[in-house]
Structure formats: C-alpha cells, structure tokens
Design a protein around this ligand. Structure first.
Ligand code: ZN
Length: 332
C-alpha cells in the first residue's frame, strides 16, 4: 500500500513539474490565477504589498521571475507602464487583462457627480498640473526618475486629450469572473494536459466569487446614495458595480500627484458638510489626511489586498473587506 502511494506520488509529480511558470502582477490578479491553477501549480506574485503599481522600478528578483516565466498575467501598461517594456521584450505569453476584449473598462475621470467645483478646476488643470509636477514632492516620495516619467505622462494626457482607461478594473467582480475563464483558456493552450482542470477550476472560482459579491451588495445597499470622497480615484469600478455615490477625489485614477488646487478644492468640498467619509488606501498617508475637517471620517481601504494573505482566497476576501470598510462608515 505504501509502495502504491509512492508510485502514485511519482506518477503524479510530472504534472506539477511541468506546470507552466506563471507570474501575476498584483495580488488580486495573482489570486485569480491561483484559483485557476489549483492542484496544478502555483503562480508567482510579482508586486508585493510594499510596491506601488503606478510607479516603480523592477528589482533584480522580479526581473528574474519575469525572465523565467511562460505566462505573465497582468493588468497591462495602463496600471504598470514601467513593466511594459520588460514584458514585451520577454519570451513569456502576455495576458494583459485591461486589453482583453471582454473586459469592462471605464475612462479615467476628472469630474464628479455633476458638481460645479470640477468644471472650474478643469479650466486651470493643465497649468496647475505642470507646475506641481516640477515642484511638488509632498505626497508619495517618488524619486527624480519617476518624477520625470509622471511629468511626461501628464503632458501626453493633457496635450493629446486621449481617452485613458482607469486601470483599477479588478474591482469589478464581473471582470474577475470573466478573467478566470480567460486565464484558464490561455493556460490550457500552453499546458494541454491540464486543460480540463483549468476549466473546472475557473468554474469553481466563479462560484466562489458569487457569495462575497452578493454579501457586499447587501452590505452597501442602504449606503448607495450617501456621498463620499476618495483620496486616490481608485474605486470607480467598485462604486459602479455596487451603485455607490462618489462626490470628490484628490488624486486621479492614474496615480499622478494632484496639485495644490485640487487639495484646496477637495477640502472646500469636504467643508460643505454633506460628506462624512473620506476613503484613502492602506500605506503611507498624504498631507491631505491631516487636514480633513472634523466630522469627516478617514477610512483606509485595501484595494490591492496588501493586508491579506496572497493566494486563491485573497480576491473574495478583498471584495468582502472593501464592502465591510465602506459600509462601516457610510451606514453610520
Ligand atoms: Zn491606483
């Protein structure tokens, strides 16, 4: 009997050894890939909790992981422009989820809830933005190199006026469900032996997302019309999916640092008294958070799952956690 067990273990191990080497960019995407690869292998998480996807530089260990990968599953250049060249140069199959035709995407937004403030600010935005890109070091502590990259990106955006996609699309649970199927298809092509397993896992993953999504909807149902503000405009997909009402944001969805005008405008909006919650993100605080008026509660959300255990359980926990934290403040 023991021999049989050893024999079976050896027999089964080639599938594990031959599992494709898959690298995923952020923890929520890694979680979806882990669901699909369950029982076959484990994906590598490229950006840990301390990394800011919007701006970074590749560490040697990360470059090695990308170099040895068969497949890279990532949001795409819209979230991590600094990864794009390495992924394009590598041999790995790239699955950029933002670019996949089935993905529901939303344009990066500048205006909120039809409020007047936005429009006035917009007229000056180009001017203000450039000035701040040269002088402002206040919030994120990016180095000179990144500073420059941000500046170029800002120029491009304002001068050509292209519609830019908000890259935080993993916060739409329907996207996550669609991606499970897409990830299974891509892995099945590379690893035909496990095609059926990937497809089965993707179905199980979709089923596993239903309960947290329904719970989140129930938690947030009574808070749909309660206006709130956000520090970084990262939650548009979540708001959209759960029907929430955002009234103002400090920094835009691409992670560019906001100018002093935006901070003044947001503080003025918070001063009007109808907004009781400002949602920020876990991680270093910006100057803004120390200046919010009394009566506005600052709540830190975790849209990247930085405080969660990476793996298949992370994505459902992330949706549950975001809904719990938002509802906790909005339903006060
Ligand atoms: Zn972001």
């Amino acid at each position: 009997m023991k021999r049989l067990a050893i024999f079976l273990a050896l027999w089964c191990s080639p599938a594990i050894a031959d599992a494709p080497k898959v690298v995923a960019d952020i923890a929520p995407v890694h979680s979806l890939v882990a669901m699909v690869m369950d029982g076959v292998g484990e994906p590598v998480l490229l950006l840990d909790a301390s990394s800011d996807p919007h701006g970074g530089a590749l560490r040697p260990s990360q470059a090695r992981a990308l170099g040895g990968a068969d497949v890279v599953v990532w949001m795409g250049a819209g979230l991590t422009p600094w990864l794009a060249e390495t992924v394009a140069r590598g041999e790995a199959t790239s699955l950029a989820l933002l670019d996949w035709p089935g993905t529901a995407t939303l344009p990066l937004r500048e205006e909120f809830g039809g409020h007047d403030h936005g429009e006035h600010e917009h007229e000056e935005a180009g001017h203000e933005k450039r000035e701040d890109d040269e002088h402002g070091h206040e919030d994120h502590g990016h180095d000179e190199h990144e500073e420059h990259a941000h500046e170029e990106k800002a120029e491009e955006k304002h001068e050509h006026g292209d519609e830019i996609i908000d890259p935080h699309a993993w916060l739409d649970p329907m996207n996550a469900m669609l991606w499970l199927a897409e990830i299974a298809t891509v892995l099945g092509k590379i690893d035909p032996l496990n095609t059926a397993q990937y497809a089965e896992n993707a179905r199980a993953g979709m089923a596993a997302l239903k309960a947290p999504t329904t719970e989140a909807r129930e938690m947030l149902a009574s808070a749909q019309d309660t206006p709130f503000a956000v520090e970084h405009d990262a939650f548009q997909y979540f708001e959209n999916w759960f029907g929430l009402t955002v009234a103002a944001a400090h920094s835009a969805g691409d992670g560019d640092r906001p100018g002093p005008q935006r901070m003044r405008s947001l503080l003025a909006r918070l001063g009007e008294g109808d907004i009781r919650c400002l949602f920020a993100e876990v991680g270093p605080s910006s100057r803004l958070l120390s200046r919010v008026p009394d009566g506005v509660q600052v709540v830190k959300l975790d849209p990247l799952g930085a405080g969660l255990e990476p793996g298949a359980g992370l994505y459902p926990a992330l949706i549950r956690g975001m809904a719990t934290d938002m509802a906790g403040c909005l339903s006060r």
